[in-house]
Each structure stands twice: as C-alpha cells, then as structure tokens.
Ligand binder design. Structure first.
Ligand SMILES: Nc1ncnc2c1ncn2[C@@H]1O[C@H](COP(=O)(O)OP(=O)(O)OP(=O)(O)O)[C@@H](O)[C@H]1O
Length: 266
C-alpha cells in the first residue's frame, strides 16, 4: 500500500497542500478530483516522489519514499505527468521502451508490442513522437507507463496518471479507463487525476475531493459524488442523479448558471 500521512507543501510560505493523508491500495482505482489550482498535480507529485513533501511522510510498501533508489522506485511505480515533451527526435516505440528502462525483463519486445496493441498505437511505432497529434502523444505516454507495470509481480505496485485522457477521443478515453481497471487486478494501485465527473463516477473505486489544497472528502463514489459535495468543491450548481441498480450516478451541471454569469460579466 502507498501511505501518505499529513503531507504538506508550501510555496513562498503559502500552503499548496495542507495536511493531506491518502492511502492507495493495490486493486483500487482512486480518482483525484477538484477545481483548477486545487492542488491535484501538487499532491500527485508528492505521492509520486517528484515533489519532496516538506512535512509528513510518503511510504511505499511500508518503506519511506526517500529510501528508494531511482531504479528501485521505477520498478514499483509508473508516472504519467500532465505534460511530457521530448526534445530529442525519438520514434514512438522508443518512447514506449523507456517504460522498461529499469525492468530487466527478458520479455521486453513482447511487452512493448502488447501495450502498443492494447493502446492501439502499434501503427505509430516508427513515427517521430514530436510529429504525433496531442491524443496520439497521450496514447504513447499511456503505453509507456503501462509497459512499466504490465508484467505481473509478486509485490504491490502503483501507476499514477495526471489527466491521462484529456486529449483522447471519447472512445479511447473509455478504452484507457478499462485498461486501467484490468491493470489494477495485477496487484497494482491506480491513481488518476480526472476533470470528467461522469468518468470518475463510472470508474473510481475511491474518490479524493480536493479544494484549495485541502482534502474535503474521500471515500466511495456513493459517499463523495453527491450534489452537495460537488457544488461545494466546484462552487457551481451540480446535480447528481443516482444510477439505477448498480449503475454509476449521473452528474449533471446547470447551463443556465453560465448564462447568468456571462450576463454579469458583460
Ligand atoms: N512551482 C510553483 N510555483 C508557484 N506556484 C505553484 C507551483 N506549482 C504549483 N503552484 C500553484 O499551486 C496551486 C496548485 O497547482 P496544481 O497544479 O497542483 O493545481 P491543479 O489542481 O492540478 O490544477 P489544474 O486542474 O488546473 O491542473 C496553483 O495555484 C498553482 O499556481
């Protein structure tokens, strides 16, 4: 399990993340949700180890993140940041291969073709990464992090993705989330930042609602994705319609509110 306890992050004495505690459990898909500037990417970077937390602790499988060497960490957690630009003219397949730099696997070629087939990127393999469209780049980065956790291992691992589907078309957004749902069954904890609340309601096992650097609520979809919670977190009227039987709830926003707002501004 990944255990983050009371993590805190300040920039110029301004708290960006304040006393956040989160556990990521293998087999669970956790979605981090909140408005722009709430601190989602900052918390994500603390959990992934990119931002050292100024107070609090982050432990992977019982060991402090600081005790891991870079390669050791790469064997247990994969990170897809919000933006991944590369200056060197890599072919797309070479970008995916970067996911295996620490693996030492003798199945490298098979893993690469499996993840590129799963992400429908095999046809892009010889294209220069820099020439791909935004959505294609995202799919290649997605394939890269999948490669890192693709082979089953006997110890818990973590895959963390910051807005991984933001440039993908609607069909592939669902394919990507379905792939993550299968990956979590391989003793992997999944952490995703999403802005799409319906996607969150549909795929999350746990939701963490963040507002102004504070965790407002965390728990099941049923406990977090409610009209009251979302309206408060986003400061916007949002209605959650409960799903029939075991279907996910449906999140509806109110377009009339936007009209009133634009009249106020003009
Ligand atoms: N290196 C930095 N220097 C100054 N301010 C920063 C830095 N990193 C983050 N911030 C500020 O911290 C706040 C949280 O940023 P963060 O990127 O974590 O938000 P977010 O919830 O991921 O937002 P979004 O949904 O827009 O991606 C923002 O106000 C941002 O401007």
């Amino acid at each position: 399990m990944l255990q983050a306890q009371d993590v805190h992050f300040c920039i110029k004495n301004q708290p960006i993340i304040d006393q956040a505690s989160v556990n990521l459990r293998p087999g669970e898909l956790t979605v981090l949700v909140g408005p722009n500037g709430a601190g989602k990417s900052t918390l994500f970077k603390i959990l992934s180890g990119e931002n050292p937390c100024k107070h609090g602790t982050v432990r992977y499988n019982g060991r402090s993140i600081h005790q891991y060497k870079t390669k050791e960490l790469a064997r247990i957690r994969a990170v897809m940041p919000q933006h991944s630009e590369l200056t060197f003219p890599f072919r797309s397949i070479e970008v995916v291969e970067m996911g295996l730099f620490a693996s030492g696997s003798d199945r490298a070629a098979e893993i690469i073709s499996e993840v590129m087939l799963a992400t429908e990127t095999w046809y892009l393999r010889d294209k220069l990464y820099g020439n791909l469209s935004g959505g294609e780049k995202q799919r290649i980065q997605f394939a890269r992090v999948l490669a890192q956790v693709w082979e089953p291992k006997p110890f818990p691992r973590y895959i963390m993705l910051d807005e991984p589907v933001s440039s993908m078309d609607i069909a592939f957004q669902h394919k990507a989330m379905n792939i993550l749902q299968s990956v979590k069954e391989r003793n992997v904890a999944v952490l995703v930042i999403l802005h799409d609340l319906n996607m969150t309601a549909h795929y999350a096992d746990r939701v963490v609602l963040l507002k102004k650097g504070l965790i407002f609520k965390q728990g099941s979809v049923e406990d977090t994705i409610t009209s009251e919670n979302l309206a408060w977190v986003f400061d916007h009227p949002i209605r959650v319609i409960p799903g029939a039987d075991s279907a996910a709830p449906f999140v509806q926003t109110n377009p009339n509110f936007i009209e009133k707002l634009s009249l106020t501004l003009s």
